[in-house]
Design a protein around this ligand. Structure first.
Ligand code: SAM
Length: 207
Protein backbone atom coordinates (compact mmCIF):
# COMPACT_ATOMS: atom_id res chain seq x y z
CA UNK A 1 0.00 0.00 0.00
CA UNK A 2 2.83 2.38 0.88
CA UNK A 3 4.53 1.72 -2.47
CA UNK A 4 1.34 2.31 -4.47
CA UNK A 5 0.54 5.47 -2.50
CA UNK A 6 3.88 6.98 -3.57
CA UNK A 7 2.64 7.08 -7.20
CA UNK A 8 0.18 9.34 -9.09
CA UNK A 9 -3.37 8.02 -9.61
CA UNK A 10 -3.03 6.09 -12.89
CA UNK A 11 0.26 4.47 -11.89
CA UNK A 12 -1.21 3.76 -8.42
CA UNK A 13 -4.02 1.76 -10.03
CA UNK A 14 -1.43 -0.10 -12.13
CA UNK A 15 0.67 -0.78 -9.01
CA UNK A 16 -2.34 -2.19 -7.16
CA UNK A 17 -3.11 -4.49 -10.10
CA UNK A 18 0.56 -5.64 -10.29
CA UNK A 19 0.64 -6.43 -6.57
CA UNK A 20 -2.70 -8.26 -6.88
CA UNK A 21 -1.33 -10.39 -9.74
CA UNK A 22 2.00 -11.11 -8.03
CA UNK A 23 0.47 -12.42 -4.84
CA UNK A 24 2.47 -12.49 -1.61
CA UNK A 25 3.35 -16.17 -2.16
CA UNK A 26 5.14 -15.44 -5.42
CA UNK A 27 6.96 -12.40 -4.07
CA UNK A 28 7.98 -14.34 -0.95
CA UNK A 29 9.53 -17.08 -3.10
CA UNK A 30 11.55 -14.47 -5.00
CA UNK A 31 12.45 -12.65 -1.81
CA UNK A 32 13.88 -15.84 -0.27
CA UNK A 33 15.85 -16.71 -3.41
CA UNK A 34 17.51 -13.29 -3.67
CA UNK A 35 20.56 -12.51 -1.52
CA UNK A 36 19.60 -10.70 1.70
CA UNK A 37 22.30 -8.09 1.17
CA UNK A 38 24.63 -6.66 -1.43
CA UNK A 39 24.10 -5.18 -4.87
CA UNK A 40 21.02 -6.43 -6.70
CA UNK A 41 20.20 -5.65 -10.34
CA UNK A 42 16.52 -5.19 -11.27
CA UNK A 43 16.23 -5.79 -15.03
CA UNK A 44 13.22 -4.00 -16.57
CA UNK A 45 12.35 -2.33 -13.28
CA UNK A 46 9.30 -0.43 -14.62
CA UNK A 47 7.94 1.91 -11.94
CA UNK A 48 10.30 0.40 -9.35
CA UNK A 49 7.48 -1.35 -7.47
CA UNK A 50 9.46 -4.47 -6.74
CA UNK A 51 12.73 -2.66 -6.12
CA UNK A 52 10.76 -0.86 -3.39
CA UNK A 53 9.32 -4.17 -2.17
CA UNK A 54 12.59 -6.15 -2.09
CA UNK A 55 14.46 -3.11 -0.75
CA UNK A 56 12.05 -2.89 2.17
CA UNK A 57 12.01 -6.59 3.04
CA UNK A 58 15.82 -6.63 3.29
CA UNK A 59 17.26 -3.13 3.85
CA UNK A 60 20.80 -4.54 3.36
CA UNK A 61 20.09 -4.75 -0.38
CA UNK A 62 21.27 -1.97 -2.70
CA UNK A 63 19.08 -2.23 -5.77
CA UNK A 64 19.90 -0.80 -9.18
CA UNK A 65 16.98 -0.77 -11.62
CA UNK A 66 17.32 -0.54 -15.41
CA UNK A 67 14.50 0.18 -17.84
CA UNK A 68 14.44 1.76 -21.31
CA UNK A 69 11.35 3.83 -20.42
CA UNK A 70 12.72 7.10 -19.01
CA UNK A 71 9.36 8.09 -17.52
CA UNK A 72 9.12 4.83 -15.58
CA UNK A 73 12.67 5.30 -14.35
CA UNK A 74 11.77 8.79 -13.14
CA UNK A 75 8.74 7.40 -11.26
CA UNK A 76 10.83 4.59 -9.78
CA UNK A 77 13.29 7.14 -8.44
CA UNK A 78 10.45 9.15 -6.90
CA UNK A 79 8.90 6.06 -5.26
CA UNK A 80 12.26 5.11 -3.77
CA UNK A 81 12.86 8.61 -2.40
CA UNK A 82 9.33 8.87 -0.98
CA UNK A 83 9.85 5.62 0.91
CA UNK A 84 13.28 6.63 2.16
CA UNK A 85 15.03 3.85 0.23
CA UNK A 86 18.41 4.13 -1.48
CA UNK A 87 17.55 2.29 -4.69
CA UNK A 88 19.01 3.75 -7.87
CA UNK A 89 17.68 3.65 -11.42
CA UNK A 90 19.09 4.17 -14.88
CA UNK A 91 17.31 4.54 -18.20
CA UNK A 92 18.69 2.01 -20.66
CA UNK A 93 18.20 -1.18 -22.59
CA UNK A 94 19.65 -4.17 -20.73
CA UNK A 95 21.09 -5.41 -24.04
CA UNK A 96 23.53 -2.53 -24.34
CA UNK A 97 23.51 -0.45 -21.15
CA UNK A 98 26.86 0.00 -19.41
CA UNK A 99 26.80 -0.86 -15.72
CA UNK A 100 29.93 -0.83 -13.59
CA UNK A 101 30.78 -3.51 -11.08
CA UNK A 102 29.35 -6.91 -10.21
CA UNK A 103 26.14 -7.88 -8.42
CA UNK A 104 25.41 -10.43 -5.71
CA UNK A 105 21.99 -10.99 -7.26
CA UNK A 106 19.71 -9.96 -10.13
CA UNK A 107 16.06 -10.41 -10.95
CA UNK A 108 14.06 -10.21 -14.16
CA UNK A 109 10.38 -9.95 -13.33
CA UNK A 110 8.08 -10.49 -16.32
CA UNK A 111 10.64 -9.05 -18.71
CA UNK A 112 12.39 -11.95 -20.52
CA UNK A 113 9.38 -12.61 -22.77
CA UNK A 114 9.43 -8.96 -23.87
CA UNK A 115 12.87 -9.42 -25.46
CA UNK A 116 13.14 -10.63 -29.05
CA UNK A 117 13.77 -14.40 -29.20
CA UNK A 118 17.21 -13.91 -30.76
CA UNK A 119 18.34 -11.63 -27.91
CA UNK A 120 17.25 -13.75 -24.96
CA UNK A 121 20.28 -16.08 -24.82
CA UNK A 122 22.78 -13.20 -25.17
CA UNK A 123 20.98 -11.23 -22.46
CA UNK A 124 21.18 -14.15 -20.02
CA UNK A 125 24.87 -14.61 -20.90
CA UNK A 126 25.46 -10.93 -20.19
CA UNK A 127 23.57 -11.17 -16.88
CA UNK A 128 25.78 -14.10 -15.88
CA UNK A 129 28.83 -11.93 -16.47
CA UNK A 130 27.35 -9.19 -14.27
CA UNK A 131 27.11 -11.59 -11.27
CA UNK A 132 29.82 -12.51 -8.79
CA UNK A 133 30.60 -16.29 -8.70
CA UNK A 134 27.86 -17.85 -6.58
CA UNK A 135 25.55 -14.91 -7.35
CA UNK A 136 21.89 -15.68 -8.09
CA UNK A 137 19.73 -14.62 -10.99
CA UNK A 138 16.00 -14.92 -10.24
CA UNK A 139 13.69 -14.99 -13.24
CA UNK A 140 9.94 -14.74 -12.89
CA UNK A 141 8.24 -15.40 -16.18
CA UNK A 142 5.31 -17.08 -17.86
CA UNK A 143 5.65 -20.66 -19.09
CA UNK A 144 3.86 -21.98 -22.17
CA UNK A 145 1.64 -24.57 -20.48
CA UNK A 146 -1.25 -24.88 -20.04
CA UNK A 147 -2.05 -23.36 -23.41
CA UNK A 148 -5.11 -21.51 -22.11
CA UNK A 149 -3.01 -19.76 -19.46
CA UNK A 150 -0.45 -18.74 -22.06
CA UNK A 151 -3.08 -17.29 -24.40
CA UNK A 152 -4.77 -15.49 -21.49
CA UNK A 153 -1.42 -13.87 -20.64
CA UNK A 154 -0.61 -13.09 -24.27
CA UNK A 155 -3.95 -11.29 -24.67
CA UNK A 156 -3.26 -9.09 -21.63
CA UNK A 157 0.37 -8.48 -22.70
CA UNK A 158 -0.78 -7.44 -26.19
CA UNK A 159 -3.35 -5.08 -24.65
CA UNK A 160 -0.49 -3.42 -22.72
CA UNK A 161 2.24 -3.28 -25.39
CA UNK A 162 0.36 -3.36 -28.72
CA UNK A 163 0.63 -5.77 -31.61
CA UNK A 164 4.09 -4.85 -32.92
CA UNK A 165 6.33 -5.11 -29.84
CA UNK A 166 8.26 -8.39 -29.45
CA UNK A 167 6.72 -11.11 -27.30
CA UNK A 168 8.42 -14.48 -27.08
CA UNK A 169 7.51 -16.91 -24.31
CA UNK A 170 9.40 -20.16 -23.68
CA UNK A 171 8.60 -23.33 -21.79
CA UNK A 172 10.26 -23.31 -18.36
CA UNK A 173 12.40 -26.32 -19.30
CA UNK A 174 13.76 -24.38 -22.31
CA UNK A 175 14.80 -21.52 -20.00
CA UNK A 176 16.37 -24.08 -17.69
CA UNK A 177 18.39 -25.72 -20.50
CA UNK A 178 19.57 -22.32 -21.72
CA UNK A 179 20.70 -21.31 -18.24
CA UNK A 180 22.50 -24.62 -17.59
CA UNK A 181 24.34 -24.26 -20.94
CA UNK A 182 25.47 -20.81 -19.79
CA UNK A 183 27.01 -22.13 -16.58
CA UNK A 184 24.24 -21.73 -14.02
CA UNK A 185 22.91 -24.25 -11.50
CA UNK A 186 19.15 -24.08 -11.89
CA UNK A 187 16.10 -24.71 -9.73
CA UNK A 188 12.57 -23.75 -10.64
CA UNK A 189 9.08 -23.81 -9.26
CA UNK A 190 5.68 -23.18 -10.80
CA UNK A 191 3.54 -20.89 -8.67
CA UNK A 192 -0.23 -21.45 -8.92
CA UNK A 193 -2.60 -18.51 -9.09
CA UNK A 194 -6.36 -18.09 -8.89
CA UNK A 195 -6.10 -16.35 -12.27
CA UNK A 196 -4.85 -18.52 -15.19
CA UNK A 197 -1.33 -16.98 -15.33
CA UNK A 198 1.18 -19.85 -15.73
CA UNK A 199 3.81 -18.29 -13.46
CA UNK A 200 7.24 -19.83 -13.09
CA UNK A 201 10.10 -18.73 -10.82
CA UNK A 202 13.61 -19.81 -11.79
CA UNK A 203 16.65 -19.48 -9.55
CA UNK A 204 19.91 -19.63 -11.50
CA UNK A 205 23.12 -19.58 -9.49
CA UNK A 206 26.36 -18.71 -11.26
CA UNK A 207 28.82 -21.61 -11.01
C1 SAM B 1 5.66 -6.20 -17.79
S1 SAM B 1 6.72 -4.85 -17.45
C2 SAM B 1 7.40 -5.40 -15.89
C3 SAM B 1 7.94 -4.25 -15.10
C4 SAM B 1 8.41 -4.64 -13.70
N1 SAM B 1 9.47 -5.64 -13.75
C5 SAM B 1 7.24 -5.16 -12.91
O1 SAM B 1 7.18 -6.37 -12.69
O2 SAM B 1 6.37 -4.36 -12.53
C6 SAM B 1 8.09 -5.11 -18.56
C7 SAM B 1 9.17 -4.06 -18.42
O3 SAM B 1 10.31 -4.48 -19.18
C8 SAM B 1 10.90 -3.33 -19.72
N2 SAM B 1 11.77 -3.73 -20.84
C9 SAM B 1 11.38 -4.10 -22.08
N3 SAM B 1 12.46 -4.33 -22.85
C10 SAM B 1 13.55 -4.11 -22.06
C11 SAM B 1 14.96 -4.15 -22.30
N4 SAM B 1 15.45 -4.47 -23.50
N5 SAM B 1 15.80 -3.84 -21.28
C12 SAM B 1 15.30 -3.53 -20.05
N6 SAM B 1 13.97 -3.47 -19.78
C13 SAM B 1 13.11 -3.75 -20.77
C14 SAM B 1 9.70 -2.47 -20.12
O4 SAM B 1 10.04 -1.11 -20.33
C15 SAM B 1 8.77 -2.69 -18.94
O5 SAM B 1 8.95 -1.71 -17.93
Amino acid sequence: MRIARALPLVERIYANIRFAILRPKLLSVMDLLLPASGRILDVGCGFGLFAAYFGQTQPGRTILGVDPDARRVQMATKVSMTLGLHNQFVAGDIRNVTIDGKFEGAYVLDVMHHLPADDQWATLAQLRESLVPGGTLVIKDITTVPRFGLEFTRLLDRAMIGMDAPLHYRHHRAWGEMLVSLGFDVRMVRVPDVLPYPHVVIAATRR
